[in-house]
Design a protein around this ligand. Structure first.
Ligand code: AGP
Length: 607
């Protein structure tokens, strides 16, 4: 979603801001802008569209010399993408300017009051109320003014402000939307996300809610809502700047698909004895006595949770509910102190997932988080966190983080099964040996299915609808296959439990309509086979993704993708890969904006 960068130092602020924002492009945006303090005067430059368009605008304004400034990429919520709705937004006198991520929920009431007081608004955004409030409340002390603003606004926000009164200082405030301060040498930064600043620094302060930072070249000070100075620990990021590079691949998505064998290796390194799995800090919580487990997440992370449910129920014999995080707090949830809550989020900032986490904690549950971003809100607020170790995922379409989540669910399920004495030592030994082979099989799957994925992509690209079917864990894979295809190719894609097709959607199957059938589990494969026959009888084009030792001798499908041989238990990890590749190549055929699909954002920080 929106991105923020702020800078103060001796370098060219405009350049630093634009480059920092480029590192956040993956989050998705539809307009961009910066404001810099040039000879103590605030100048703003904004543009609908891409950062390239903003750069053109900047170039047309000659050399911009400034050492302090703030920048923003906007993903429209209130008001269409346009120059005037782009951030930064300035007060009536053009002396204070701000950028904002999140949503100011009570902006209409505030705007009405501000209009009555004579303030003039230039945009239709919710964000603009913040700068007019600052204008009203500022009496020479910006920290105090921000404290007052924090008391008045409701919703989620990361706000960065500068003022002509203090030409070498930037201010930050946040609640429920991430903000970090980057520590430099005689220069300092603010940003919504660590990757924006990785080429500049690895040392950060992470904002907690309702904290205010005053940042100038020499120092960064944090204040609480009582106006008192706060002590903060420095957080050292372990991601490298070159991890956010395409490294010769055409797209981050393809690079990230190819990183999956290494991700699997990292997750599993030093975890196993012959018959046990070491899950580190979360083990203390896993060992508790729970009546049930609930998994919650959004989108692809939710799909990993659906797989997680099957695995935990199968290996540990514990009932598991899996809930879409955006729905959880609007239903009766039965969460209490006897519930183990597993919250999954690549970014660790998804607003709905965070809200579900907070609800679970409030109701007494113990919360374990699976997240890819150390220091993210989900990471910090959970009782204990397990790092997915996928490295920065830049492509909006999640691939390597998804596979990491699925793998961690395997580890979790086996650990719980072991704690429950539900898996024999001999079986666990076999399973651990399988896990160790998995990175090689993932590599093999990527290499083996690259060509066929291109061919399938070519054959499905002109269809309006594509269907994905599977039963049990294969249905969870079907859900992810459909999401991946639709989000980057914009082809309508639906997933169904294979047996459900005939209860409605079969009416849409006619000559050539592509159907992906996934069969990695013997116990349901033959049942899915009957559903494949139903599709073929209506002329559907069937692409079968199947485990090696499930034999379909009698059936002639259009494409049969046979996964590398290993215990079928692991095929759910492998089957995800051709689904990712087919989506990628279909989007490539259709010349879509693969890493930044329209209307979507990498980190969904609004509800
Ligand atoms: C995945 O391809 C999507 N971009 C999306 O569904 C994503 O998984 C979802 O928004 C959840 O994000 P999170 O893992 O950062 O919480």
């Amino acid at each position: 979603m929106c991105g923020i960068v702020g800078y103060t130092g001796n370098a060219n602020a405009a350049e630093i801001l634009v480059n920092g924002l480029k590192n956040l492009e993956y989050r998705g945006y539809d307009s961009a802008g910066i404001a810099v303090l040039n000879e103590n005067k605030l100048n703003s430059y904004k543009s609908k569209g891409s950062l390239d368009m903003l750069e053109d605008k900047l170039a047309n304004n000659g050399k911009i010399v400034a050492g302090t400034g703030i920048g923003h990429t906007r993903w429209a919520t209130h008001g269409v993408p346009s120059d005037f709705n782009s951030h930064p937004h300035s007060d009536c006198n053009g002396k204070i300017t701000i950028v904002h991520n999140g949503i100011i929920e009570n902006y209409q009431v505030l705007k009405k009051e501000l209009l009555t007081k004579g303030h003039k608004f230039d945009s239709s955004t919710d964000s603009e109320v913040v700068v007019h409030l600052l204008e009203d409340l500022y009496e020479g002390d910006m920290v105090q003014a921000l404290i007052e603003v924090d008391k008045l606004i409701e919703g989620s926000y990361a706000i960065v402000a500068i003022s002509e009164d203090e030409p070498e200082t930037i201010y930050g405030l946040k609640k429920d939307s991430p903000l970090v301060a980057g520590i430099g040498r005689e220069e300092n930064y603010l940003a919504s996300d660590i990757p924006a600043l990785l080429s500049k620094t690895k040392d950060f302060y992470i904002f907690e809610d309702d904290e205010i930072a005053k940042v100038n070249r020499e120092k960064i000070e944090f204040y609480g809502l009582n106006g008192k100075l706060l002590e903060k620990d420095v957080f050292e990021a372990d991601w490298d700047a070159d991890m956010v590079d395409k490294k010769g691949y055409d797209h981050f998505m393809l690079k990230e698909i190819n990183e999956q064998p290494d991700v699997a290796r990292r997750i599993m390194a030093d975890r196993f004895t012959e018959t046990d799995i070491d899950l580190g800090d979360i083990e203390e919580i896993l060992a508790g006595d729970y009546k049930k487990i609930m998994i919650t997440a959004c989108g692809t992370a939710y799909h990993s949770g659906v797989i997680g449910r099957f695995l935990i129920e199968e290996f540990a014999d514990i009932p598991v509910d899996v809930e879409v995080a955006s729905e959880l707090r609007y239903k009766k949830n039965f969460i209490d102190k006897n519930t183990l809550m597993v919250v999954v989020s690549q970014s660790g900032e998804t607003a709905d997932t965070l809200a579900a986490l907070r609800l679970a904690k409030k109701q007494g549950a113990k919360v374990v988080a699976l997240t890819n971003v150390i220091g993210s809100s989900v990471d910090r607020e959970a009782d204990s966190s397990f790092q997915l170790m996928a490295g920065p995922e830049i492509s909006v379409a999640s691939t390597k983080a998804y596979v990491a989540m699925v793998l961690v669910f395997y580890l979790l399920a086996l650990k719980l099964g072991n704690l429950n004495n539900n898996i024999s030592k001999a079986r666990l030994k076999e399973l651990i040996a399988g896990l160790k082979r998995l990175p090689y099989r993932i590599q093999e799957t990527i290499s083996e299915f690259d060509e066929i994925s291109k061919e399938i992509a070519e054959s499905i690209k002109d269809y309006k609808s594509v269907f994905f079917i599977g039963r049990n864990i294969d249905y969870a894979l079907a859900l992810e296959g459909a999401l991946k295809l639709k989000e980057i190719s914009y082809i309508h894609a639906e997933a169904h439990p294979a047996g459900e097709l005939k209860h409605g959607s079969l009416a849409l199957i006619e000559d050539g309509v592509p159907v992906f059938a996934i069969t990695t589990r013997e116990n349901v494969a033959m049942k899915t086979l009957s559903n494949i026959e139903e599709v073929m009888a209506r002329g559907g084009q069937v692409n079968l993704i199947t485990a090696k030792n499930i034999e379909y001798d009698k059936i002639e499908v259009d494409n049969k993708l046979i996964l590398p041989e290993m215990d079928n238990i692991w095929s759910s990890v492998l089957a995800a890969i051709p689904l990712q590749l087919i989506s990628y190549y279909t989007a490539l055929e259709l010349e879509r904006n693969i890493d930044k699909p329209r209307n979507l954002a990498k980190s969904v920080t609004v509800e």
